[in-house]
Design a protein around this ligand. Structure first.
Ligand SMILES: Nc1ncnc2c1ncn2[C@@H]1O[C@H](COP(=O)(O)OP(=O)(O)OP(=O)(O)O)[C@@H](O)[C@H]1O
Ligand SMILES: [Mg+2]
Length: 442
């Protein structure tokens, strides 16, 4: 539909249109019918009777012997007819009629007079004046009649428009006030749902019309049940992880006590260490998830925190800030979790490449941290797999690295998701290796 482009997008605009559209249409129809039919018909009647009186005066003039006699007869008529009648020399009347555009009934008056008098005629003034001047050509000169406008037409026909328009405006103001109040709770619900999607729980109270209130209550209970679910699952996983430590420690001890000191024991020790790391990593993540509230922070300080941590463990990532002037405001996020996710990405980049950079970018809707390296990258077909927990691609390819457990990328992706954002893997255009973009909504 072509119309769609011109229709208002907001509920407020649409409701207003639904309300005002019919109102205006109704007014137009009423005004058209009323003016066309009623006012015109009445005007023709009134003007017709005045025309008969003028005809009477014209007859008197034309039956007179001369102009002076004509004027005398007119003077006798002027009183009873209630007009000012004067006869003056002349053999033509101006053909242009002075009339204003909003003078609805003027046309009908002019037509009626012209067709009833059947003489050259000019009207001067319009129906908003108190009097109209009609100049009529007779055989004894020009008869000038000053006629009260109430004898020609319904008075002030255009006032109908003014009154209806004023009434419509008053209605519109009331409608705008009421509509705003109705739409405010819907906006509040949208804002609360949006914030929840970005991992923030803003206070929200259902309000407004029955249906809106119900939607608000449904949202609240949905939010509560999601929060409960996440919490109970995290608590359960933490419990399991925590309890796994004891048997692992026991196994480590048992291994140490074993006499045998072969390759098998070393492998088992490495496996146990990997399991311990896995558990530690998960527990640290779960604790942070549970304990940290989102707050407004400067993204740069978060990036600096992650870079500093990477430097401490021996890397030298470069920090690049590509945000434009206005986009440097604070952004609400769980700073600790984001720094941790960035730390994981930097860790990966440093173990696969030598040149590593962390770039900060911002648009009006997103904030983006991009970690790039000059390593081998991840082929497009395997990127999805790499994001899965415990996924380690092609272990033989990177034997020189310490054994990872495959949680780094999935934790970073989880942090992004919890903020309503995403972790996007790609190929770095600048360095040639992997590009991991942690994108958060702002
Ligand atoms: N910058 C990178 N370049 C090339 N491959 C990568 C890069 N980052 C990750 N990968 C691949 O994706 C896999 C998953 O990475 P992830 O960070 O999840 O686990 P990990 O590094 O092996 O272990 P962890 O980070 O838990 O110690 C890695 O095993 C590796 O094969
Ligand atoms: Mg990793």
């Amino acid at each position: 539909m072509i119309f769609k482009e011109y229709l208002p997008r907001s509920l407020f605009g649409r409701s207003l249109l639904i309300l005002v559209g019919p109102l205006v249409l109704l007014q137009l129809v009423v005004a058209a019918v009323f003016v066309e039919r009623h006012i015109e018909a009445v005007t023709r009647q009134i003007a017709g009777s005045t025309a008969r009186e003028l005809n009477y005066a014209i007859d008197a003039v034309e039956q007179a012997a001369n102009a002076a006699d004509g004027q005398r007869r007119l003077d006798a008529l002027a009183g009873p007819l209630g007009m000012t009648l004067t006869l003056s020399e002349g053999d033509s009347v101006p053909s242009e009629t002075l009339r204003r555009f909003y003078d609805i009934a003027g046309g009908a008056v002019e037509q009626t007079l012209k067709s009833d008098l059947r003489r050259p005629l000019a009207l001067e003034g319009d129906l908003s004046d108190r009097e109209l001047t009609a100049r009529i050509l007779t055989d004894k000169g020009v008869l000038t009649a000053r006629i009260d406008r109430r004898r020609l037409s319904v008075s002030n026909a255009h006032q109908l428009f003014v009154i209806t328009l004023a009434a419509a405006m008053a209605l519109l103001v009331v409608a705008v006030i009421f509509l705003r109040n109705q739409i405010r709770p819907i906006r509040a619900l949208a804002a609360a749902a949006d914030a929840f999607g970005k991992g923030r729980a803003v206070p929200f109270q259902p309000a407004g019309a029955e249906e809106v209130r119900r939607a608000g209550a449904a949202f609240l209970s949905m939010r509560a049940s999601i929060e409960r679910q996440i919490e109970s699952r995290t608590r359960m996983l933490s419990g399991v992880s925590h309890d796994l430590r004891t048997p692992l420690t026991r196994m480590k001890l048992a291994l140490a006590m074993l006499e045998a000191d072969g390759a098998d024991t070393q492998d088992m020790e490495a496996d146990i260490r990997a399991m311990e790391r896995m558990i530690d990593e998960f527990l640290a993540f779960a604790r942070q998830e549970a304990g940290e509230e989102p707050e407004a922070v400067d993204p740069r300080s978060v990036a600096e925190q992650a870079v500093a941590a990477a430097r401490r463990s021996g890397g030298a990532p470069e920090l690049r800030d590509e945000r434009a002037g206005a986009a440097t405001d604070l952004v609400t996020m769980r700073a600790g979790a984001v720094a941790r996710a960035l730390g994981n990405l930097l860790d990966n980049a440093l173990s696969f490449g030598t040149a590593v950079s962390l770039t900060l970018r911002a648009s009006s809707r997103h904030l983006e941290f991009e970690v790039e390296d000059d390593g081998p990258g991840i082929p497009a077909a395997r990127r999805e797999e790499a994001l899965k927990p415990f996924a380690r691609l092609d272990v033989s390819r990177n034997q020189d690295r310490g054994a990872g457990v495959g949680l780094g990328l999935s934790i970073a992706a989880e942090v992004a998701r919890a903020h309503g954002g995403a972790l996007i893997l790609g190929e770095s255009a600048r360095l040639g290796g992997l590009s991991a973009r942690l994108r958060l909504p702002r």
